[in-house]
Design a protein around this ligand. Structure first.
Ligand SMILES: [Zn+2]
Length: 271
């Protein structure tokens, strides 16, 4: 059922790459009639970050932040977000803020880090890189998000998994529903220990201690400043691009539909 090519990645991602500039230009042009506004934010690296925004009609609508491509060797994150937007599948009663590729210079060379060798997803406390500073400056325009969805891939994973962060003592909220939806299109990671974290059929709900880490990932910043709920999605990059794209698209769409209230009974079961 799943077209996999397990084991192809050794010591890093060696799979299919994308022409990121071409894809982002296509996204920019074709999303205009769908109601999206696109901005090109100069980073100072003789380069820019693309930011996209679409407002719901109602000013009181919930908003969602979606980011992808912070690691340049995770091309399915950016391309699946492009496809999801261009298919116009996202619910319209939500306001969206989207960074489709946070590390375009890394993605051009299929490298996790920036060309300077910096992992942007460890720079959210100090914010020393131009890319992270550019993202955070734009996010100051937004008060808060209902949820932050951060797209990633893991070349060592055997299946899809996710990290769900909630406020202390709050249970997971969407994670299981998202994994159930993804399981229709992609295997779920079965290991009980993933990246040193306890995982329950693909769901990692770590007690996170921001004060104990100096190398904040993006999710920590968002939880500290912009939201009380984040999902970090991890697609298994040993699988074909199409499988990873379907998995990430299904995960984002399911989350957005839960926020939009289509399955409000599932959403509001928190004590
Ligand atoms: Zn990543």
């Amino acid at each position: 059922m799943f077209q996999g090519d397990q084991g192809r990645n050794k010591d890093g991602y060696l799979g299919q790459t994308i022409q990121v500039d071409r894809e982002l230009t296509r996204l920019k042009n074709q999303s205009i009639p769908l109601g999206w506004m696109t901005e090109s934010l100069p980073t100072g690296h003789d380069d820019s970050l693309m930011f996209m925004h679409r407002s719901a009609v109602s000013a009181s609508a919930p908003s969602i932040l979606i980011t992808a491509g912070i690691h340049g060797d995770e091309p399915a994150t950016t391309i699946s977000l492009c496809q999801l937007i261009l298919e116009d599948a996202l619910p319209k009663n939500i306001t969206y803020a989207v960074f489709p590729c946070l590390n375009p210079r890394g993605m051009r060379i299929s490298r996790r880090e920036t060309p300077e060798g910096v992992d942007l997803n460890r720079d959210f406390l100090e914010a020393e890189t131009k890319e992270v500073r550019t993202e955070l400056k734009k996010l100051r325009e937004f008060e808060s998000f209902e949820v932050a969805i951060l797209l990633h891939e893991d070349w060592e994973a055997n299946g899809f998994y996710l990290y769900e962060l909630t406020q202390p003592n709050k249970p997971p909220r969407f994670g299981r529903s998202v994994l159930d939806a993804v399981s229709k299109v992609c295997p779920i990671e079965k290991n009980a220990l993933v990246e040193g974290h306890e995982a329950d059929r693909g769901l990692i709900h770590p007690p996170y201690h921001q004060e104990q880490r100096q190398d904040w990932p993006e999710a920590f910043y968002m939880m500290h400043n912009k939201t009380d709920h984040s999902l970090t999605l991890e697609a298994p990059s040993d699988f074909d691009m199409q499988v990873r794209m379907k998995a990430l698209m299904r995960a984002v769409l399911t989350t957005a539909e839960l926020v939009s209230g289509k399955e409000i009974s599932i959403v509001r079961t928190d004590p």
